[in-house]
Design a protein around this ligand. Structure first.
Ligand code: ADP
Length: 491
């Protein structure tokens, strides 16, 4: 049954910026609107932050960093994170609904993130009491004891995308709370509500005002964060082009920067693979979240002996995927996030056949009753794709799979690596030696063998090459919010 309930947070009132624990309008009074990608309805009116609002938020974050928050003991930060995990869990259905309504993630998939959110917040809670420096034996001629202190970096500017708003907010705020930093978080303009509500829950959990601030707005708001001289670190997730602009803007004050950018990830199916296992993963490795996933396995390399069979299998699997409104629990393929994204993906649907790719499935907008007001694209499979085609080289960020045949191991590894990106990759084979060899040779930050796409707060995720630098997940995630002080004491 289609979900008809609306979260209490969607009360029709304009949403302010969250600065120093208060919901406030933009100083200019400017607002913007967000719309449902399923129905085109107005979802919310939101304050549009400009550079003066960002400055207010950064000042609040700095005051909290220097003030009350700096006196919180690790165990107190841990308690706050555990309380936050409870509050988020109690409201998880509504938070998922916010993402579902505002950015179009199908409700069953949105609610499926519950476990990951809990694991993440509890992981960060654990990290809060596990921070430690080292004592170091030195050979300085005078007897001096040397050790390191790991200290919070300070004010973090976090800029997140629209494709996983709640999860992205949690993965930026979690390490901030674990380490004693403070944050100015900018959600994407198409998906602000769940990050805003998440930040309110931080306050309810006992995080002092000013530690977690949210400024809503578009690219200019993000740029104001990247340029602000009193922001110590930028944590960005988004497109490569925007990441490059942020790196340039952050140079003015030599900010620490971590970047999780796009990808064009290879998913390699060898002829000896378990094809029953590989088929759904090959399809959903691209079509999950309507292809709006940075690690999507969009370049599907299939070894020649099983090439035709795999195309048939994937096409048959794809034909069974239910396309529909995000609020329908049966829906697997929801709409694209916006008219802008729809136009972008559509241009690649036109481009594929022009470049000589063979259309096997999809290839067009979904039309008919119930689809007239949103932005659905049918899951699309192009076969016989060549490496030099733009559809094989550029990140489409839509439900478009490019299937390519290959003959031997060295050839496919070379082709898999012939990209400026390096976010992720998949390998399907029953031969453990071949799998491990491929794992070593594929230049990407995450590799899945006989699986596609898994994430966990304990395991690092991030890019090689132009897919970025820095890791989220694993110990490196929290490390990126700390800096090291070397201390010398005459003994
Ligand atoms: P998309 O084009 O798919 O929206 P982006 O990488 O541009 O992806 O967006 C990711 C986030 O970066 C969003 O929150 C967006 O508002 C923000 N953003 C866009 N342009 C800039 C910019 N020049 N500086 C900082 N942030 C930006």
């Amino acid at each position: 049954m289609i979900e008809t309930r609306r979260p209490a947070y969607m009360d029709g009132k304009p949403k302010g910026l969250l600065i120093d624990g208060q919901s406030v309008p933009a100083l200019s009074g400017a607002t913007f609107q967000s719309f449902s990608p399923s129905t085109g309805e107005l979802v919310a009116e939101l304050a549009l932050a400009d550079a003066q609002d960002v400055d207010r938020a950064v000042r609040a974050a700095r005051a909290a960093f220097d003030g009350p928050w700096s006196r919180f003991k690790p165990a107190e930060r841990q308690a706050v994170l555990l309380r936050l995990a409870e509050l988020v869990d109690a409201e998880c259905d509504d938070l998922a609904l916010l993402d579902c309504i505002e950015m179009g993630r199908p409700i069953t998939a949105a609610r499926g993130l519950r476990g990951m959110l809990q694991r993440s917040l509890r992981h960060f809670a654990g990290a809060a009491t596990s921070l430690h420096g080292q004592t170091l034996s030195n050979s300085f001629p005078v007897d001096l004891l040397s050790y390191t202190l790991r200290e919070p970096i300070g004010v973090v500017g976090a800029i997140i995308p629209w494709n996983g708003p709640l999860f992205s907010a949690a993965w930026k705020v979690g390490p901030v709370l674990a380490t004693g930093c403070t944050i100015v978080l900018k959600p994407a303009e198409d998906a602000s509500l769940s990050p805003l509500r998440f930040a309110e829950l931080c306050l309810e959990a006992g995080v002092p005002p000013g530690v977690v601030n949210v400024v809503t707005g578009a690219g200019a708001t993000g740029a104001a964060i990247a340029e602000h001289p009193d922001v110590d670190k930028i944590a960005f997730t988004g497109s490569c082009e925007t990441g490059q602009r942020i790196i340039a803007a952050s140079a003015g004050s030599v900010k620490r920067v971590t970047m999780e950018l796009g990808g064009k990830s290879p998913n390699i199916i060898f002829a000896d693979a378990d094809l029953d296992l590989a088929t759904p993963a090959a399809a959903m490795g691209v079509f999950n979240n309507s292809g709006q996933v940075c690690a999507a396995g969009t370049r599907l390399f299939v070894q020649r002996p099983v090439y035709d069979e795999m195309i048939e299998r994937i096409a048959a699997f794809t034909a069974g995927l239910k396309i529909g409104p995000s609020l329908d629990p049966e829906t697997v393929i929801g709409p694209l996030v916006s008219a802008k994204q729809f136009a972008r993906v559509s241009s690649y649907l036109d481009l594929g056949p022009q470049e000589g790719a063979r259309l096997v499935a999809g290839g067009a907008r979904v039309t008919g009753e119930g689809f007239d007001k949103g932005h659905w694209v049918a899951p699309t499979i192009f076969a016989d794709v060549r490496d030099d085609m733009r559809i094989a080289r550029e990140e489409i960020f839509g439900p478009v799979s490019c299937i390519m045949p290959f003959d031997d191991f060295d050839e496919v590894i070379g082709r898999a690596n012939a990209t400026r990106f390096g976010l992720a990759g998949g390998v399907w084979t029953r031969d453990i030696g071949k799998a491990m060899n491929a794992v070593r040779r594929i230049r990407a930050g995450s590799i899945w063998v006989n699986h596609y796409f898994a994430m966990d707060p304990s395991v690092p995720f991030g890019g090689y090459k132009m897919s970025g630098f820095g890791r989220e997940g694993g110990s490196e995630h929290v490390e990126a919010y700390l800096q090291t002080k070397g201390v010398w004491i005459r003994s």
